[in-house]
Design a protein around this ligand. Structure first.
Ligand SMILES: *Cc1c(COP(=O)(O)O)cnc(C)c1O
Length: 429
């Protein structure tokens, strides 16, 4: 058995950790089989506990955008660690990170650091409610904004994978304040505003959705949302936890030329250490404690090791003029070549891609919202996933997730990936 040690470790883990994992999608429940336990990562590769290596297309769900364990980032973390792990006081490093981001990202005048994307989105919505003095928010079916109560309603990947669109434990009251719309359906958003006049604090969206597979905004959807929010005095929140520093340094705001009022970050911003952040213009951010009345805090917020890992990762990207062209080109090549091979095998599919995010949907012609993502053939994806895994290619373990391509993937890795796709035997059982 090729996953012998992983298998034993998973059995043991389940005795002490609910479901054996600290985040549900890791359990492979959707694709079946034993989750692979990793012991190390370097560049484009993961190594599992049985000593097998994999070309990594998740990259910790995005953070390892420069490749795993980049030597520059590693050395910076080591040096930082010698100075102390955490002080619970302000540090100069936090200002350095904030200044660097404010100077290089559009429409952001102040940024508050937290420790996860969940915290960032939860806090941004609280701030939006405090600022507008309104209670309701609009979110889109299939979008995931972390696991705080307001968002766990038709929340995409993790939740759908496990068959509960809404989690138990969310109160009716909370659910009532979260209004749902279909991704890419501007009329539905307009209707919600009409029926909830003066009550909607904010619209929150993944500007490119990554949690129902990769789904792109169509027909100027983001621009239209901007207009609807402006017309109704609501804030537009871009959840850039996936897209931030990935689609462009300035994230989706830069890539699509649309201004958000609040932006949330996670994943890439920490370079693999736990960081999230939310940001916006002074007028809004000034409402946060200690300056303003909207409370938000964190013992490990702005943690020096995490700040260092994030800053060095962001600098590597920013100081490399060809960075985005390169990872986008790699992703484009994977998209075209995988598409060609699947066509040659008569496997109907749709590949959605933006920048270095992509996903392959089977047996469907187009995917522009959550219903279509659900109509794709997920059991075929699961076969594909396991075939790739056996051949040393690590894809996200669910048809509702996005591939995150890193700069460490080069020609050799692309070729090995395509060979694995080429040997995929499709049976229509
Ligand atoms: C991952 C993710 C989150 C949650 O971030 P965590 O760090 O897992 O809490 C929020 N929004 C989006 C778009 C994400 O992809």
């Amino acid at each position: 058995m090729i996953y012998q040690r992983s298998s034993a470790l998973f059995t043991e883990a389940q005795r002490y950790i609910p479901g054996g994992v600290n985040s549900p999608v890791r359990a492979f429940k959707s694709v079946g089989g034993v989750p692979v336990f990793m012991k190390s990562a370097k560049g484009a590769y993961l190594t599992d506990e049985d000593g097998r290596t994999y070309i990594d297309y998740i990259n910790s769900w995005g953070p390892a955008i420069v490749g795993h364990t980049h030597p520059v980032v590693l050395e910076a973390i080591q040096k930082q660690a010698e100075k102390g792990f955490s002080f619970g006081t302000p540090t100069e490093l936090e200002t350095e990170v904030a200044r660097f981001i404010v100077n290089n990202v559009p429409n952001v005048e102040q940024i508050r650091m937290v420790s996860s994307g969940t915290e960032a989105c939860m806090s941004a919505v609280r701030l939006a409610r405090g600022f507008t003095q309104r209670d309701k928010i609009v979110k889109f079916e299939g979008c995931y904004h972390g696991h705080s109560d307001s968002f766990l309603i038709k929340a995409g990947s993790g939740a759908v994978t496990f068959g509960n669109p809404n989690s138990p434990g969310i109160t009716q009251g909370t659910a009532r304040d979260t209004l749902l719309a279909r991704y890419n359906d501007i009329e539905q958003v307009q209707d919600l505003f009409r029926h909830n006049e003066g009550e909607i604090a904010a619209v929150i969206i993944e500007p490119v959705a990554g949690n129902m597979g990769c789904v792109l905004p169509e027909n100027n959807f983001l621009q239209e949302l901007r207009k609807v929010c402006d017309a109704n005095g609501a804030l537009l929140i871009f959840d850039e936890v996936m897209t931030g520093f990935r689609l462009a340094f300035g994230g989706a705001q830069e890539a699509f030329g649309v201004k958000a009022d609040l932006v949330t970050y996670g994943k890439v911003i920490g370079g693999g250490l736990p960081v999230g952040a939310f940001a916006g213009r002074n007028e809004i951010m000034d409402h946060l404690a200690p300056k303003g009345a909207v409370y938000q805090a964190g013992t490990l917020s702005g943690n020096p090791l995490a700040m260092r890992a994030g800053l060095e990762t962001l600098k590597l990207i920013k100081n490399d003029a060809g960075f985005y062209d390169r990872i986008n080109k790699t992703t484009e090549t994977l998209d075209f070549e995988i598409g060609k091979i699947l066509n040659s095998k008569d496997i109907q599919h749709r590949i959605n891609r933006k920048g270095s995010m992509m996903s392959v949907f089977f047996h469907i012609a187009a995917v522009s919202d959550f219903d279509e993502a659900q109509r794709a053939n997920h059991s075929l994806f699961n076969n594909f996933f396991h075939h790739m895994l056996k051949n040393g290619i690590y894809l996200p373990p669910s048809g509702y997730e996005t591939y995150f391509i890193s700069d460490a993937v080069k020609e050799e890795e692309i070729n090995r990936t395509l060979e694995a796709v080429q040997s995929f035997e499709y049976s229509n059982k």
